[in-house]
Design a protein around this ligand. Structure first.
Ligand code: ADP
Ligand code: MG
Length: 326
């Protein structure tokens, strides 16, 4: 199977929506963007052996490669619209391509995004998606605008993906439902698009939690030149995560460390001015992932963790995953 028949069979799926004037098949795509909008552009790469095991399920990879890029647009409060796919494959394995492309197209369709181009090369397996979204002019939410006194909120729960990885590598057995829940959290994260759009109406700053809360909130406070205090007992931990911890003999301190530093959750972390908080919480719908206040932005720089018992611990905001770490 050559490059062009591969593209035609697995990636050039039509019809495309009206705002794609030209999709796959020319030297470049032609996109119609709304006049009153700004474009948001974001790229993420998944590399075999770094982001996933070489024998990873292709259906999970198709979903995850797209999900992590959708999550970046969600974190800006934008609406994702178009994406390109640069795929490097060791060989044109048709069963791999079939599973990969089916899950990619499925999430693309449910998220309202269109594949408009890409590149296909041979080499070690690597998947790069560039996502283009839109936001109303001056309405995208950046990292550098958190202010002292703002509430810090997070969607969903934290640490599930880290626990999924731990269960997998340490052979920790849970019942089927809990295993499926954790695997889904790690392999098939659902980008918080609706949540991001609603948060954007109230938030001063926002980021997605891809490297771990301490790292990602760390980016907000560094960019905004403020600090943050987190309330340990408020941090959202799923029932499954707690159960898995008990089963594996992982103590509370270790669970807390997974919640603070574990990557791959793709939840959103936003800062919201106190005056906006009641409006946000009453606009929140039960159809969305829950949103929970977990802390406050402070003038005192750095990140600290406060317990109900009055203990205060200063946190290293660099606890999450980093490439090129010594
Ligand atoms: P060029 O030689 O101009 O770089 P290519 O031969 O690489 O073009 O690609 C032909 C067409 O197929 C282009 O429109 C390109 O955007 C698209 N394309 C290539 N690979 C992919 C892919 N993996 N997914 C989607 N579109 C792709
Ligand atoms: Mg090319």
């Amino acid at each position: 199977m050559d490059e062009f028949s591969l593209i035609r069979q697995y990636f050039d799926v039509r019809p495309l929506p009206g705002h794609v004037a030209r999709g796959i098949g020319d030297d470049a795509a032609i996109l119609d963007c709304p006049a009153d909008c700004q474009l948001l552009v974001s790229t993420d790469t998944l590399v075999s052996g770094v982001h996933f095991f070489p024998d990873a399920d292709p259906a999970s990879l198709g979903h995850k490669a797209l999900a992590v890029n959708l999550s970046d647009i969600a974190a800006m409060g934008g609406r994702p619209a178009w994406f390109t796919l640069a795929l490097t494959l060791p060989e044109p394995d048709e069963s791999w391509l079939k599973a990969f492309s089916a899950s990619l197209h499925k999430l693309a369709e449910s998220s309202g995004v269109s594949l408009v181009g890409g590149d296909t090369t041979s080499g070690p397996l690597s998947i790069t998606i560039t996502m283009i979204g839109t936001a109303a002019r001056q309405k995208a939410i950046c990292r550098d605008n958190a202010a002292v006194g703002d509430a810090i909120l997070v969607t969903g729960a934290l640490g599930d993906a880290a626990m999924a990885l731990r269960c997998r590598s340490n052979d920790i057995a849970l019942d089927d439902a809990n295993t499926a829940f954790l695997n889904k959290r790690l392999d098939c994260p659902m980008p918080r698009l609706e949540e991001g759009a609603l948060l954007a109406r109230y938030a001063s700053a926002m980021i997605d939690v891809s490297d771990g809360l301490s790292s990602d909130l760390g980016h907000i406070i560094a960019a905004s030149q403020v600090g943050a205090e987190l309330y340990a007992e408020k941090l959202p931990v799923s029932e499954t995560m707690q159960q898995a911890a008990r089963r594996a003999g992982i103590d509370d301190a270790e669970v807390l460390s997974m919640v603070l530093n574990g990557g791959d959750d793709y939840e959103l972390c936003a800062t919201v001015p106190q005056a906006q908080l009641p409006g946000l919480l009453s606009a929140w719908s039960t159809a969305l992932a829950p949103v929970i206040p977990i802390g406050t932005i402070t003038a005192q720089e750095g990140l600290s963790l406060h317990g109900d018992d009055g203990t205060v611990q200063s946190l290293n905001s660099g606890g999450g995953y980093k490439h090129f770490n010594e």
